[in-house]
Design a protein around this ligand. Structure first.
Ligand code: PLP
Length: 468
């Protein structure tokens, strides 16, 4: 048993948390009633909470611990980087070796593994949200520098998650993130969510559904005027929205619409990047041609808060050409291109390459998906089990024949996730529709998957009577 309690045994860590911590994405009333769930230690795909309870982690934290927990090589790289140059910045042409090498490596990975030779420069931040905030501004910067200042609106999609800064929260297309924050209030518009299982009309084929999505996008562009729309942002596979895999041909058709109207594509690969889908990047998986790619999470496997916006040659050329007239790029952060983060990212990528984790994600992901499908095939409340690589979602329905959702208050997915945790399995309940997600470390083994499938099937058996 880990002893993380304070020396004063009358004042527990739980109480101290309740009395001092303001938790993000947390119900305050439930937190005050139930207290925190404090994690103690982790190694590989195994967590131990502070009371010593073992948990098999199929969440990867928040879809982010791609190489697994407790990697000594990363600890060594961090230590060395701190001793060598614990901080330097990138402002005014300042630079550092680790960040230079990382930028070259990221572009190389896109060129070699995603057919994205057109990506040309890397800008750094510290979170997926601030990277999308940067992207929001870069769309404006591009419009202003190229002399089309009215072309600044951004199209996002219902169900999208792009983070929660003021700009990113508007790109996010999930109403619960807007409700109490007076959002959206900007120049962001939402087109339909590309989730066939839930949003197709009765009897509508996948092809007809895709036609409808494209028609909705075209209508939105026509309504606002193509000359006012700067960019379209999309997660190649929507994560927080519910592991939503687009219908066949969707992105080819979206790309054609964007090209026709001179609209930039921002591919938000914060989750899908770095092997999560079984490909290095979903840009390669769907042969996308983004002008900006958002990266975070798997870039450092969450050993350091680091994000990146990778931009295209055509954007870079406009920035370069406008430089003399517009002056310095008046955007950036103290921690943009942090040398310790870059060293950690390099060590993380070394592990991914050395251990073939992208291939493992494809192979083991297919195994986990097949196993879950087989075990849940007859479950009356499991509607769809879907995934790509180690990004897997289980969607619940109150009625398999009609695909009717449960009542809003039932929160079946939350019940399942919390019961799973009691049973020793960490999966996540997502906020848009009734889905739990699996996104374990890419180093997970088939034996771990067998255990996860057993634990999840057992959990579903436990909760079935409560769902009836
Ligand atoms: N974009 C996507 C696709 C995400 O899934 C997330 C976080 O889950 C973000 C952006 C925001 O990242 P962060 O929480 O690091 O700000």
């Amino acid at each position: 048993m880990l002893d993380l309690d304070t020396p004063d045994s009358n004042y527990s860590l739980e109480e101290m948390d309740r009395n001092s911590l303001f938790h993000p994405l947390t119900s305050i009333s439930q937190h005050m009633a139930n207290g925190p769930q404090i994690m103690g230690k982790a190694k590989g795909v195994r967590l131990t909470d502070h009371k010593g309870k073992p948990i098999l982690d199929c969440s990867g934290g928040l879809w982010c611990v791609n190489v697994g927990y407790g990697r000594p090589e990363i600890a060594e790289a961090a230590k060395q980087a701190i001793l060598d140059l614990n901080y330097w910045h990138l402002f005014g042409s300042a630079s550092n070796e680790a960040t230079i090498r990382l930028s070259d490596r990221i572009l190389g990975l896109f060129h070699d593994h995603a057919g994205a030779d057109h990506l040309a420069r890397v800008f750094y931040g510290t979170s997926g949200s601030d990277a999308n905030d940067t992207n929001f501004k870069l769309v404006r910067y591009y419009a202003n520098l190229r002399g089309t200042p009215e072309k600044k609106k951004i199209i996002s999609r219902m169900g999208a998650y792009h983070g929660l800064t003021m700009a990113a929260a508007q790109l996010t297309g999930i109403p619960s993130y807007h409700k109490a924050w007076s959002l959206p209030d900007g120049e962001v518009f939402y087109t339909d969510c590309p989730h066939y299982y839930r949003f197709a009309a009765a009897g509508e084929s996948e092809a007809a559904f895709c036609d409808r999505l494209i028609a909705d996008l075209e209508a939105l562009i026509a309504r606002e005027g193509a000359n006012t729309i700067g960019a379209f942002i999309a997660e190649p596979i929507m994560g927080t929205g519910g592991v939503l895999i687009p219908p066949a041909g969707y992105f080819e058709r979206v790309q054609a619409v964007l090209d026709r109207h001179d609209i930039l594509l921002i591919a938000d690969e914060v989750i899908t990047g770095f092997g999560r889908t079984g490909a290095w990047f979903a840009t390669g998986l769907y042969t996308l041609k983004p002008d900006i790619v958002t990266l975070a999470k798997g870039l450092t496997s969450a050993y350091f808060p680091m994000s990146a916006s990778v931009i295209s040659e055509r954007m870079w050329k406009v920035f370069e050409a406008g430089s003399a007239e517009f002056g310095p790029v008046m955007h950036g952060f103290t921690y943009s291109g942090h040398p310790v983060g870059a060293a950690i990212a390099m060590a993380n990528l070394d592990i991914m390459e050395r251990e073939g984790l992208v291939a493992n994600s494809a192979d083991t992901g297919a195994y986990l998906l097949a196993g879950l499908r087989e075990r849940l095939a007859e479950h009356p409340y499991v509607g769809e089990v879907r995934g790509e690589g180690l990004m897997i979602g289980v969607e619940f329905t109150a009625d398999r024949a009609t695909r009717r959702p449960f009542q809003a208050g039932d929160a079946v997915h939350r019940l399942v996730a919390s019961k799973a945790q009691e049973n020793g399995l960490m999966v996540r309940a997502l906020p848009f529709i009734e889905v739990v997600s699996f996104s374990p470390a890419l180093s997970i083994t088939k034996a771990d998957c067998d255990e996860a499938i057993d634990l999840f099937a057992g959990t579903m058996a436990d909760v079935t009577s409560q769902l009836a």
